[in-house]
Ligand binder design. Structure first.
Ligand code: UDP
Length: 358
């Protein structure tokens, strides 16, 4: 197939502004290239493709990024800025993709416009939905596409898909990681880790409180999306509890992450998947998470981590004592079997072929 993959309009690939979608795009593109498909990626100007995606063509568009809809009211109307990057991307898709002979378009952006265009677009549009429900208008347009032809939609986890009104069981593709990019670490240090965008929906405050209860330091990696929130989390725990490590590219992140005894994962929202959960496991790091959203589905208690009731900081702190009983090699094995790029690509190909009626 000749496929056009449309990236997030939050910012350039490599900036971190796209959150987990940036890594998802690399896994998806590299995996589909590996199965012999021809790929073009349409992304924001300034984007850089992962070296594993070098065989893909890159188209870029300028323009103003979208605001993150998870930080608006659920009832917020759909808005586009002047000189909209999202608008430029979809004008280019509609103007150029049909004549250039693309079999289909895979949209990775969580935006109303491409979903709304789907029933009338001049070529098949598919959507890998990257978040749970955060906005009523997007809920509605997802329900509309599902009612029209649900085969055009895929989700990362069952927990995520349950947020939406779907007439049929969802296509669930998980996610796909380059196992070679994550080194297995059998001998961790003493530190606990936390990785994610520093924003309220990620619940860093609970992990910080658990670390404070245990009297341990928590290493924190991620893009500070909300500086006021980061300062409030810091102020709520004893000085020195948080060890801010910044936003690192995958190679550097995994090298430091592997040395953690455990990763704490404490989302306050219905996390669609939780890339960081699987990245930690790929390094051999067990994950102590809330039983909520994607992490609640990815963590297999006793095998690759521990689950506790959502928002229970005491239980979170207590669960760290169970981590030594978890085999770090088993964490890595789980990723190899369930979340490699090859596994993702097989699932994506089956989804596309089914949706194209082949
Ligand atoms: N990440 C990174 N460097 C960091 C911290 C995070 O590259 O220092 C990446 C991480 O690899 C993951 C993404 O940020 O792919 C966060 O994705 P996740 O699915 O956990 O959450 P999202 O931000 O999409 O809500």
């Amino acid at each position: 197939m000749k496929l056009l993959v449309v990236a997030t309009p939050m910012g350039p690939l490599g900036s971190g502004r796209g959150g987990g979608v940036e890594l998802t795009l690399s896994g998806l593109v590299a995996g589909l290239l590996g199965r012999g498909h021809r790929i073009t990626v349409l992304a924001a100007a300034g984007s850089a493709l992962d070296p594993a995606c070098a065989a893909a063509e890159l188209w870029t568009c300028g323009g103003a990024p979208q605001r993150s809809c998870q930080h608006e009211q659920r009832s917020a109307p759909i808005t586009l800025p002047a000189d909209s990057l999202l608008g430029h991307q979809w004008r280019r898709v509609l103007a150029e993709a049909p004549a250039a002979g693309y079999t289909a378009v895979i949209n990775l952006a969580y935006d109303w416009l491409p979903l709304w265009l789907t029933p009338t677009a001049p070529l098949p549009l598919f959507h890998l939905v990257s978040m749970g429900s955060v906005n009523q208008a997007i809920d509605q347009v997802i329900a509309d596409v599902a009612a029209w032809d649900q085969r055009r939609l895929a989700f990362h986890t069952r927990a995520q898909a349950r947020d939406f009104t779907l007439p049929h069981p969802p296509v669930v593709v998980g996610n796909g990681f380059d196992l070679q990019a994550y080194r297995f670490c059998s001998q961790p240090g003493d530190q606990l880790g936390w990785v994610g965008r520093i924003a309220p929906e990620k619940g860093l405050e609970d992990a910080a409180a658990a670390a404070a209860r245990l009297g341990q330091r928590l290493a924190v990696w991620g893009l500070v999306e909300d500086p006021a929130y980061a300062a409030a989390v810091e102020a709520a725990v004893p000085a020195g509890t948080l060890d801010w490590r910044g936003f690192l590219p995958t190679a550097a992140l995994q090298a430091q992450l592997g040395a953690c005894r455990a990763l704490l994962n404490t989302p306050k929202w219905n996390e669609a998947y939780g890339n960081v959960v699987v990245e930690a496991m790929a390094c051999g790091v067990p994950v102590v998470a809330y039983r909520r959203g994607g992490p609640g589905e990815l963590v297999q208690p006793g095998l690759n981590g521990v689950l506790v009731e959502p928002d229970d900081v005491e239980a979170l702190a207590a669960a760290v004592a169970q981590v030594p009983a978890i085999d770090r090699a088993g964490c890595r094995r789980w990723v190899e079997q369930n979340a490699s790029r090859a596994v993702l690509a097989e699932r994506l190909e089956a989804w596309l072929l089914n949706g194209l009626g082949r």
